[in-house]
Design a protein around this ligand. Sequence first.
Ligand code: TMP
Length: 207
Amino acid sequence: MSAQPGLFIAFEGGDGAGKSTQVRLLADAVVLAGREVVITRQPGGTPLGQSLRELVLHGDHMSARAEALLFAADKADHVEQVIRPALRVGSVVITDRYVDSSVAYQGAGRDLGADEVQRLQTWAVDGLLPDLTVIVDISADEGRRRRGEVHDRMESEGDDFHEAIRSHFLAMAAAEPERYLVVDGTASVEEIAEQIADRVRELGIDL
Ligand code: TMP
């Protein structure tokens, strides 16, 4: 838990799952409920993060460990500069991707080992866990169809890579159901938003 006055919610899922739409809808609902909201994303939630995003998603080939370290650097900066200060003043912070993306993409997708990547990431964010992580679940096949022709370094990987990531997200959620909500990314936008709102109400926000 964030152990701070604010509330910390992360969205995770495969590329093309529709996370960003749900991040916006939840943020709008939370603002209507009268709470301060900070929407952010990883990688790229700070000026340093923007440069790291460009390198890691649109740069040349790099080793898997270098990739994991760049994502970890983005998270370290993001947590210190944006997320913790916002939680400290009681805001609801909604991030489009967080630590679990690295555990799934670098740990399971790149085969670096989920436990090791989890340790690296936990160190980078100084132990800050979301109060709730929403996984928008989608098959590799459906994700590829929705993304169309434009691909970054991760998106251009094959379906095996994306299915490994999907399985890992689902396994993380199954292991700690109290910290996760899994929604079916093929349901309607409104249906998904309602399921998320129901769960966020349980966290004390009067949506
Ligand atoms: P997105 O911002 O459009 O979701 O793209 C971010 C991409 O980076 C996506 O393919 C997932 C990947 N990623 C990682 O591999 N590791 C990470 O730690 C994070 C935050 C994202």
